[in-house]
Design a protein around this ligand. Sequence first.
Ligand code: AMP
Ligand code: ZN
Length: 473
Amino acid sequence: MKILNTLTRKKEEFTPLHEGRLSMYVCGPTVYNLIHIGNARPMIVFDTFRRYMEYRGYDVNYVSNFTDVDDKIIKRANEEGVDASVISERYIEECKRDMAALNVKPATTHPKATEEIGGMIDMITTLIEKGYAYDAGDGTVYYRTKSFRDYGKLSHKNLEDLEAGHRDIAITGGEGKEDYMDFVLWKPKKEGEIYWDSPWGQGSPGWHIECSVMAKKYLGDEIDIHAGGEDLIFPHHENEIAQSEAANGVPFARYWMHNGFLNIDNQKMSKSAGNFFTVRDICKKYDPMVLRFFMLQAHYRGPLNFSDTLMESAKKSLERIRTCRETLSYNIANSKGGKITEVEKNKYSETEKFVRDFEDAMDDDCNTADAVTAVFELVRFINANSSADSSKEYLQKLEEKLLTLTDVLGLVLDSKAEDADPGETKKIEELLAERTAAKKAKDFARADEIRDELKSMGVTIEDTREGVKWKKA
Ligand code: AMP
Ligand code: ZN
């Protein structure tokens, strides 16, 4: 497995800290609203990476936080006249619903900032004791950025550059702040805001400290991989490194993975530009698997453009994989049974090539775009080399192979069947049986009437050699 490590800017061979185990931390969303499709990108790509590492046999400890203390949450709570926790709990639940729809596995642990305040106070205390942080005297604790020699190593900036670029920036945050580069670890409470008691008075933590503390608590001082969107490289992840390494005295994360940004019609997504979409909005229009598939067609590091045209094309491509799987299921159900023949055994061994291509792609810095191509090669092979005349065992083996690979990508192929209301499925099947009977009795008017009725239910039917197939849009 090779990973393009943001820290070294090199593709490096992945060696875990502990054999067979992988510890991974992914920065999660701030929960003040429904998640948008940009937030879904790190969730989907790093979930796919995790699934692949599990497929490879790793025992993965995957931690992803919910930032549930933030000005935006407080603002929303004040607007609605409720407690901040009402807002954050609501949107944590909504986020989990979206994740489930996108088939993103729940993390091993989903810590919440508000439940880790004690650990944050401990780490800030350690940083003060070691001289990396100071109490400004007004209830604010700052990190003394210039005291951390390696500051800038992740974003590849050096202190001098940062300083030169910011010389004219006035120090904000009161008299006690020693240097404009210093960032907040703890801030005093403001009227009407949530606060906790601390050695520096009542207040709340800065944003960066939560991830350092949660990573330490759930994964240890040193972790294998830290990931998130590229906007987090500076200052968030840079500050996490400064905090963790200064407090723990060991290197923090060995590999840093960052996903590129998702844009809409080549524009930055923003509410004011009117091109802001939540996952919920998009899932009203498309099956959530189309969104997942769309994200996986690109390499996670590059920018990704979202548009209706591209989603329509993703929908068609996913449909090809689904149709292959449906045909396989149909053929299995209608096969005359039997053991795999020698000829089929030889054919089947040809599928190993697609598995190798898939693994090679995923081993190359999680190249899901090429992995998807390998799945299409397998689909093409299955379509060309199987039918209802094949043995059941051969068909089942092909099906298992297809499902293994699509499962690593987290693509659910028969979600529609699961989603369908069972009462509705029964009705569709009754109508189809009636249509077949009508056709047999040469009552074509009734048969057409039924086809139209099914159409109005969003069901399209296809008369094939093997019988009638139906699909719900
Ligand atoms: P936030 O709630 O803004 O802290 O974001 C949560 C996660 O979503 C972070 O890993 C961000 O980097 C990521 N993210 C936010 N916006 C986008 C976007 N437009 N494209 C890709 N990732 C994003
Ligand atoms: Zn973070």
